[in-house]
Design a protein around this ligand. Structure first.
Ligand code: FRU
Length: 453
């Protein structure tokens, strides 16, 4: 090979990956010593899930991320076979990680998933403190082999965490623990008090200030056109009653309408969340490039008019700004598109177009229809409903007079935001498929493209 032909790794331009190997859930999102830290479930030695480590990246602006050394390696007592998902908190100038230690033992009911603590003075090197929420702290009615993903916060003078647990005689639950010192924890209650429609809940996250709960469900049945992914995501609005550990749900909905969004977590110290931009039980065509899995771009979230509202935290250098009358053609494989339209009646946007292949978003009868059936390499999942088999996902359109559609595209992904709602999906087109085609029927429309440098 000639020197100048040295191969350059094919990776997303601005999405977090593990560089090499497999990643899943974001973990331990926290602002520490003025910087944003993101950890993630990581198996560096293969493009498939394996004994979980915690990968680590850091950022000043939530757009550009710098890689730090692996923060947690599996192998300590109570975490022989993996350091599963968890969260972070800053307390008395130290960074603490509360996460699930996984020990396989003989498999099945001999598996143990117990909550472990680690701490750091510099946010880079961690000291492990072992299991802090053990089997003896878990009430009889829950399975210690399906007990994971603690999300920690502090309210007044007490630490709390929500953890997913399977009921022995039932399905997924979310339970609340409290502690005065981070080391000794006490069970408080069962948030929802009923079984999840899914077999197991994963990655619960409660945001006290917004009275907002996020979680994921495994093998959740469809609800009409919602929850088409076999493993889905949900938000609930409602007040957590700290004495009883019960939460009165006032409203529930889906966080992301796309194919590939799971295990979102909010930052301790910022109204921003990140999800895993992928899904269990699907092929991942990126494997051939030596990596599998990435995280979504960070999203600012709030509750507006009783609804979850999300906008991507990303901006780049504006390279195109033009009025659109009828249609437009452009070229890019990654970047941010902002389409602002007044009196929008019709819109079709094709991305990553090359020959007969493209990824399409169109407006049909008041909803956004995303179609990846012609996007490139096929992605096959466990879903059997008509939309999934046709490569389709739908998201309601806002009814505002002015539409602001934001499309974040990268080498292997498209994330769509409009009216506070989000739809995320992976796509695997040819690497040089860069055609953009927009056709619009509106009173007024402006198209902006930004490059992320
Ligand atoms: C969610 C999950 C978590 C678990 C982790 C293991 O995607 O299954 O419940 O902690 O991934 O990697």
């Amino acid at each position: 090979m000639k020197k100048e032909e040295k191969s350059v790794a094919v990776r997303p331009n601005f999405h977090i990956t593990g560089e090499q190997g497999w990643i899943n859930d974001p973990n331990g999102l926290v602002v520490f010593q003025g910087r944003y830290h993101a950890f993630f479930q990581y198996y560096p030695h293969d493009v498939h899930w394996g004994p979980m480590h915690w990968g680590h990246v850091v950022s000043d602006d939530l757009v550009h991320w710098e890689r730090l050394p692996i923060a947690l390696y599996p192998g300590g007592k109570g975490e022989e076979n993996g350091c599963f998902s968890g969260s972070a908190i800053v307390w008395q100038d130290k960074l603490y990680l509360l996460y699930t230690g996984f020990t396989e033992n003989g498999g099945g009911e001999e598996i143990r998933q117990l909550q472990c603590l680690a701490s750091s003075d510099d946010g880079i090197h961690f000291v492990k403190h072992g299991v802090v929420i053990g089997e003896e702290d878990l009430p009889e009615g829950y399975c210690p082999w399906d007990f994971r993903d603690p999300k920690i916060w502090r309210k007044e003078d007490t630490f709390y965490c929500v953890v997913a647990a399977k009921a022995r005689e039932g399905r997924g639950r979310i339970i609340l623990f409290k502690s005065q010192d981070l080391f000794k924890w006490e069970f408080v209650g069962d948030l929802l008090g009923t079984d999840s429609p899914g077999i197991m809940i994963e990655c619960p996250d409660y945001c006290d200030e917004k009275e907002l709960l996020f979680y994921c469900e495994q093998f959740q049945p469809n609800e009409g056109n919602l929850h088409l992914n076999v493993h889905t995501n949900r938000f609930c609005l409602g007040k957590l009653e700290y004495e009883s550990g019960k939460m009165q749900v006032e409203k529930s909905g889906i966080i992301d309408y796309g194919f590939d969004f799971y295990a979102p977590q909010s930052f301790a110290g910022a109204d921003v969340m990140i999800g895993w931009l992928n899904m269990w039980d699907r092929n991942v065509p990126a494997e051939k490039y030596g990596f599998a899995g990435m995280l979504t771009v960070p999203r600012r979230f709030s509750v507006r008019d009783g609804e979850l509202h999300q906008t991507p935290v990303i901006s780049g250098e504006q390279v195109v700004k033009t009025q659109v009358s009828g249609g437009l053609q452009d070229n890019a494989t990654s970047g941010v598109l902002r389409i602002e339209a007044t009196g929008l009646k019709n819109l079709t946007l094709r991305l990553r177009k090359k020959g007969d292949e493209y990824t399409q978003l169109s407006l049909q009868e008041g909803q956004w229809v995303f179609d990846r059936s012609k996007s490139g390499e096929e992605i096959v999942g466990a879903e059997k409903d008509a939309d999934s088999l046709a490569g389709i996902r739908r998201m309601p359109k806002s009814t505002e007079e002015k539409t602001l559609l934001t499309v974040v595209m990268d080498t292997f992904s498209v994330e769509i935001f409009e009216g506070g709602k989000a739809l995320s999906a992976t796509v695997y087109p040819d690497l040089d498929a860069d055609g953009i085609e927009l056709s619009v029927e509106a009173d007024d429309c402006v198209y902006v493209r930004e490059e992320i440098k």
